[in-house]
Design a protein around this ligand. Structure first.
Ligand code: SF4
Ligand code: SF4
Length: 365
């Protein structure tokens, strides 16, 4: 449970240097699009912050979100921030099992009512509550019970934020996102398959610093991390502007690092921080490794057509035409997404005549 030391004290006990801590604060300020003058205020607030209780629930997921966190950043300061929140319940990481684990969740909910953060990865099946249970409790019931006393909910990964892979057509389990069930709590969506670890720690740092959730976009994502498209910040953009496109993964253009638009890159319609924050402690990101963006931080990305189909017709000319073509690409991508959502709805209507609300009601009765 939560002990009464501050985060600053907790980090000092763990041997984190003042310099390392300030470096993290500066990086956090930069990620949150705050001016450098805010660094001392962030450092002071983080040092004073009490360790929040965090309950982490994993539903229909692949554990990739937890893997992303645990493997990519240890033993950095970001990792230590994670270590020094009071992670009172996490299916994968906790030592307790069975009745002891459930007792920890109930105690954390009781002792920190109204103050704990609820983190969820994975989607929630409505089609049959028995598809996914923990300790004999359906995912739906556990989410609703745990959400009641939460100060805020962080939906980590595209499955929790948007339904993700489990919701892909034909959505056999009736999977839905956290936001489709919980309507009376602040929800921060941190999509990605998996999400970038620094983005998760950045959201936590924002909450610790300001005691509030960050500014969100129309899909509930923090604007500071999801405010620009991959394409906006891609280092291959100059090739796109010049109309220089790789035609296959092993042609001369690919070897020269040209734009991957024609090979299906979804960067123009995908909003995430990969091109700036990167992965593996800032080492690289998929486009830097020679593969187009799959669009994993957008809703319905599994159903939005082939990963290897270009968003629009090939673009070979330079200048204004490129911008028009890019806009057409965005529109085409949106149209593909809309068309797939329509197809999915039609499929579900044909195979699952009950509405989601009816299924939710049925699952409770
Ligand atoms: S289309 Fe993809 S590879 Fe090309 S500039 Fe945009 S994000 Fe980068
Ligand atoms: S580059 Fe695109 S597909 Fe790859 S992790 Fe980032 S948002 Fe997801």
């Amino acid at each position: 449970m939560v002990d009464d030391i501050t985060l600053g004290e907790s980090l000092r006990r763990a041997g984190v240097s003042r310099r390392g801590f300030l470096k993290f604060c500066a990086a956090t300020a930069s990620l949150m699009a705050l001016p450098p003058s805010m660094v001392p205020a962030i450092a002071a607030a983080l040092e004073r912050a009490r360790r929040p209780s965090v309950i982490w629930l994993s539903f229909q997921e692949c554990t990739g979100c937890t893997e992303s966190l645990t493997r990519s950043h240890s033993p950095s300061v970001e990792g230590l921030i994670f270590d020094h929140i009071s992670l009172d319940y996490h299916h994968t990481l906790q030592a307790a099992a069975g009745a002891g684990a459930e007792a920890a969740r109930e105690a954390a909910m009781h002792e920190n009512a109204g103050r704990y953060l609820l983190v969820v990865d994975g989607s929630i099946p409505l089609g049959n509550p028995g598809f996914s249970t923990i300790a004999g409790i359906s995912n739906l019931d556990m989410l609703e019970e745990s959400a009641k006393g939460a100060a805020a909910i962080i939906a980590v990964g595209s499955c929790a934020a948007f339904g993700g892979l489990p919701q892909a057509a034909p959505n056999p389990t009736g999977a839905v996102s956290v936001g489709e069930i919980i309507k009376d709590k602040p929800i921060i969506n941190v999509p990605g398959c998996p999400p970038i670890p620094v983005v998760i720690t950045g959201v936590l740092a924002h909450y610790l610093t300001f005691g509030a959730i960050p500014e969100l976009d129309h899909l509930g994502r923090p604007k500071s991390f999801y405010g620009q498209s991959i394409h906006d910040r891609c280092y291959r953009r100059p090739f796109y502007e010049r109309g220089q496109f790789a035609e296959s993964f092993d042609d001369e253009g690919a070897k020269a690092g040209w734009c991957l638009f024609k090979l299906g890159c979804k960067g123009p319609t995908t909003y995430n921080a990969c091109a700036t924050v990167k992965w593996n402690q800032g080492t690289s990101f998929p486009i830097e490794s020679g593969h187009g963006c799959l669009g994993c931080s957008e809703p319905d990305f599994w159903d939005a057509g082939s990963f290897y189909a270009a968003l629009s017709q090939p673009i070979d000319r330079a200048g204004g035409t490129l911008l028009a073509a890019a806009a057409a690409g965005v529109a085409a991508g949106a149209a593909v997404g809309l068309d797939n959502r329509r197809r999915k709805a039609e499929h579900q209507a044909a195979h699952e005549p009950m509405a989601v609300a009816d299924l939710a009601q049925e699952s409770k009765s």
